[in-house]
Ligand binder design. Structure first.
Ligand SMILES: C[S@@+](CC[C@H](N)C(=O)[O-])C[C@H]1O[C@@H](n2cnc3c(N)ncnc32)[C@H](O)[C@@H]1O
Length: 213
């Protein structure tokens, strides 16, 4: 993703500690308390500017949403949207997903979304892919047993890699689509990147799965 540096991003993120967590490790085991309720917490990793997360949160006020993003210049755009249209069931975390096991206790997250994650095409970078065995193990350490993970990409090689990884790790594949936008029985909220890829005529690959305990 081409990034335009936002000079004030760090200062702005630090100005809204009730909306953006920049030291999230402090909240490990206490995430429900930030919403003052015990509703399930659903997490999106790599939210970009937050379109998907915010739309989903409006559709499901009964769910608490958390969005993780590692680039300050990107997450600040999501924060700006949240300031214009506040959503009581949404909070953001400015952090690299590598740190997930330091941030959440096992069971704190009950649904995970991976939308158009960077495919990291070079083999040398495979460990950075958000569906590598390394990351699946991190997810396993934070999600409740049998939680659903939903994954979307327009990159066929990345989709194939993810399928292979899921098979190798004995994950349970619940649903696959090779063209999500042609499916009538899958409820889909479009992400920012998805809108662009669909306009280019790319099919969207989709997997719904559970990690083996
Ligand atoms: C290609 S963009 C997709 C954004 C959005 N999900 C969408 O579909 O429109 C991938 C996003 O994931 C973020 N990202 C990638 N790896 C990450 C990581 N390890 N931790 C947190 N965010 C990450 C990137 O900074 C980028 O904003």
């Amino acid at each position: 993703m081409r990034l335009r540096k936002v000079k004030y991003a760090q200062d702005k993120l630090r100005s809204y500690p009730e909306l953006v967590y920049i030291d999230p490790i402090e909240n490990k085991g206490k995430w429900n308390s930030i919403y003052s309720n015990n509703r399930p917490i659903h997490l999106e990793i790599g939210i970009g500017k937050g379109k998907f997360l915010f739309e989903l949160a409006k559709l499901h006020p009964e769910i608490n949403y958390l969005g993780i993003e590692k680039y300050d210049s990107v997450i600040v755009r999501a924060l700006e949207k949240l300031l214009i249209e506040p959503l009581p069931n949404v909070r953001l975390i400015y952090v690299d997903a590598e740190k997930l096991p330091l941030i959440f206790e096992k069971g704190e997250i009950s649904h995970l979304y991976l939308n158009f994650s960077d495919p990291w095409p070079k083999k040398a970078h495979a460990k950075r892919r958000l569906t590598s065995p390394l990351f699946l193990a991190k997810y396993q350490s934070i999600i409740a047993t049998n939680s659903i993970i939903e994954y979307k990409t327009d990159n066929y090689d990345f989709f194939e890699y993810t399928m292979m990884t899921l098979v190798q790790t004995n994950s349970t594949i619940l649903k696959i689509s090779l063209d999500l936008h042609k499916e009538k029985d899958i409820m889909n909220v479009e992400t920012e990147f998805e809108t662009k890829f669909v306009a280019m005529g790319n099919p969207i690959y989709y997997i719904r799965f559970q990690i083996k305990e």
